[in-house]
Ligand binder design. Sequence first.
Ligand code: HEM
Length: 490
Amino acid sequence: MLSAASEVLNFSRRQVSHAVQTIRRPMRTVGLYLKIRRDVLPGLTRLANAEGDRLEFRLGRAHLLLLSAPADVHEVLVSQNRAFHKPAGPISFRRVLGDGLLTSEEEAWKRSRRLIQPAFHSEALLPLGAKMVEMTLRHMDAWQGGVEYDIVDEMTSLTFAVATEALFGFQDPVLSAEVRDSISTGMRYVSRRMYKVVRLPVWIPNRGTRAARRLTRAIGQIMAERERRGGSSSDLLSLITRAGEAAGDGFTAEELQDQALTLLLAGHETTASALGWIWHLLAHHPEVRARLEDEIETKLGRTLPSPESLRALPYLDAVVQEALRLYPPVWGLTRQAVEPFLLGSRTFAAGTRVGILPWIIHRKGAFFAEPDVFNPDRWLDGSAAELPRHAYIPFGAGPRTCVGRSFALMEMRLIIATVTQRYRMQAVPGHTVVAEPLVTLRARHGVRVVLEPRAFVAGPSDGGESIRPEIPSPLRAGCPFHEGSERGPS
Ligand code: HEM
């Protein structure tokens, strides 16, 4: 299989761009749209497989291009990126996120990126590693072996707590609950609206706008509380503020609040989605899970994971990469042309909407042997080095690539290693998991698992005894992050 993989993967970038077929069928019917809408991911995959890497739709005056060739990804996200803006989306995210990094354009975006990016460099993030592990341990304190959980819900509350703590340096249980609740109401509203053919204008008050107002108010209160506490020197907002002061161009209080909300929103949903899929895959691939457990036991022994020790866990890294390939949380990226652009020999007009589909690109047999198979080894056998550029884009590409990539990769690996030292996820028989392309890639009925406590097998230096890992006692004390919030099994 592996030699077949390297043969298939042995494309040069030039060959790949030649392999792209342009489909020119300007009149796509509403019927086709409705058909895909019922069954989005399989529908789009079938369409791309049957008709090619550029699908062109016209719906009324709207002109939509769906792209799934790495060479086209390069054109849109990298070489002609200035010709595109992010579209407002199914609800105007900009109304909620202001001029935050995710939604701003041109000079405002450049300034935001310049001031925010240094806080997300790998070295700057190292001190957060211990907090991520600590919060995972605290979260697990409420878990019970043998009980069934929706692990996506569990991961969402954990990554929300991590993001809040990392950004603000503290947790306020009441305000955090208000923020989480308004985010989940808002996300549900946006997700439903995404697939509606007829949409009411966003300025008409609705559940989404009410949730957005609650969210803005709660974030404002958290910012005021942070100000009152004097901030902490190591939280991300402090690092961002210091970068602004050093550049003589810091964010105003209002701008900083928009950025905080942006980072909180962008920084926990995606990571929770990825972790949910990882646990789902591990529960259904006991042979992969056994190798992962073995690596963690052999390399970490009794020690808790840390950003430094992650370097000794290449199989864990491969598991994460492979899960992000099969289930990219950002399953589609969207752009709108603000000036004409060129793909191959064809010029497309300003106003064209473009969708780039990692879901389809990541599952192409031309790039990945047995593309639907969960095979972390493909990231360890050297074949990944042969991938065409942009055949793997879970974090996007070009100047607007994910600013939180290192944060997310560190967080996911620390959470998986910490949980794996204590629990094994068993799939719940009869529970079917279906991928649903909402704002992020979600599992339609969640990912239900039963937690099996693990007898920790010590590494060679521990003499091979069967023991439970030692957790520093202060971490077992009452949980300040979940004060007053009881999280029982679902
Ligand atoms: C597994 C987790 C994550 C995935 C898969 C992911 C994926 C992505 C992708 C694909 C983009 C590009 C979107 C586009 O070009 O339209 C993006 C942008 C972004 N991400 Fe992430 N992300 C993750 C975690 C995070 C985290 C932890 C943070 C922050 C704490 C974050 C903050 C952002 C921001 C602010 C942007 C906009 C960057 C810009 O436009 O300059 N993300 N992310």
